[in-house]
Design a protein around this ligand. Structure first.
Ligand code: 13P
Ligand code: ZN
Length: 273
C-alpha cells in the first residue's frame, strides 16, 4: 500500500510552522538555531519504510542510550527561514544506530546535508531530560535576542538571573519555577558544550549559553517554545526597564511565594528569601 506523504504528518507541519515563527521573531538569523523532536516508531511508520536507510552519518559522541530512537532534526547550515517552503532539504528524519556511533537517515537532507552541528548538545540533553522526565520529546536552540543581550549586562549567576527573570513578569515563576541554568562560554558544536548543557538539563529545562543563545526542552513543541518565549519576554521587558532608567519597583519574594502557592508550583529551593 502506498504510504501517505510525510509532509502531511503533524510533526513535519509543526516543525515547519515553529521554525517560521522563530525566524520571524528574529531569533534565528541565517542558520542560527536548531530543533530535535523525538518520535515514536508508530508515528513514523505510516509515512516511511523504516527498513529503507538512505544514508548512515557517523556521530562523534556516545548516543547509545538513544539507540533505535527516531528524531526529526533541522540540518546543519540550514536556514529556519527556508524550512516551511523546502522541508526535504532542510529537515531530516533519523534513527540512532544500534551502536550509538551513527544515525541512519530515513527521509530528508536530500541535497546531501547532515543533522545540525549541535547534535551533541541535543542528544545529550535528550538523554539527560529523559532520565528525569520520560515524556520529554523536544530540544530547541535559538539566538533569542533580548536574552542574548542580557548575558552581556546581567550577572550569569543562576540564582541571580532566575530571580531577576521571575521579577520581570508575573507569569515567569509559574512557567519555569525550577529557574534557569547557565554554563560558561564554550565553543559551540562540541561534545564539551553538549555535556555542560546536558548536566544542567537534569535540573532546569532552560539553559543559557552566554553571548550565544538559549536551549529549551519540553514534552512538546508548544511547551518548549512557550518556555523560550516567556524567558525572552522577560528579557525584553528588562531591556525596556533599563532603557527607562532602571527598576524602581519589583515583584517581591512574598508575591512570588503567593504566586507559586496559588498555581501549585514549587520554586527552586533556596532561590526565594
Ligand atoms: P547549525 O546550522 O549546525 O544547526 O548551527 C546553528 C547554530 O545555532 C549553532 O549554535
Ligand atoms: Zn547557535
Amino acid at each position: 500500500m502506498k504510504k501517505a506523504s510525510i509532509k502531511e504528518s503533524y510533526f513535519v507541519k509543526e516543525m515547519s510552522e515553529i521554525t517560521q515563527i522563530m525566524y520571524k521573531r528574529n531569533w534565528d538569523e541565517r542558520n542560527g538555531g536548531n530543533i530535535t523532536l523525538l518520535l515514536k516508531e508508530s508515528e513514523v511508520s505510516p509515512y516511511l519504510d523504516i527498513t529503507n536507510i538512505k544514508r548512515t552519518i557517523s556521530v562523534s559522541f556516545d548516543a547509545k542510550p538513544l539507540a533505535g530512537k527516531y528524531f526529526l532534526v533541522t540540518g546543519s547550515g540550514k536556514y529556519f527561514k527556508n524550512v516551511e517552503k523546502d522541508p526535504e532539504n532542510n529537515l531530516g528524519l533519523i534513527r540512532v544506530g544500534e551502536k550509538g556511533d551513527a544515525v541512519e537517515l530515513l527521509w530528508g537532507f536530500e541535497d546531501g546535508s547532515v543533522p545540525t552541528s549541535e547534535l551533541p548538545s541535543h542528544f545529550q540533553s535528550h538523554i539527560a531530560r529523559l532520565s528525569v522526565d520520560p515524556e520529554n520529546r523536544v530540544v530547541m536552540h535559538c539566538h533569542a535576542t533580548h536574552l542574548l543581550a542580557m548575558t552581556f549586562t546581567h550577572s550569569l549567576n543562576e540564582k541571580e538571573l532566575s530571580r531577576k527573570l521571575w521579577q520581570l513578569c508575573t507569569e515567569c515563576i509559574v512557567v519555569f519555577p525550577e529557574g534557569i541554568s547557565t554554563i560558561p562560554w564554550i565553543v559551540p558544536g562540541t561534545n564539551e558544550i553538549g555535556k555542560a548543557t546536558a548536566d544542567k538539563m537534569k535540573e532546569t529545562r532552560l539553559v543559557v549559553w552566554p553571548y550565544h543563545g538559549i536551549y529549551g526542552a519540553g514534552k512538546n513543541m508548544d511547551e518548549t517554545f512557550g518556555l523560550i518565549e516567556t524567558v525572552e519576554k522577560a528579557a525584553e521587558v528588562y531591556t525596556h526597564v533599563q532603557a527607562q532608567g532602571g527598576m524602581k519597583a519589583s515583584i517581591t519574594d512574598k508575591n512570588l511565594k503567593d504566586l507559586a502557592d496559588s498555581f501549585g508550583v514549587v520554586p527552586r529551593e533556596g532561590y526565594l528569601d
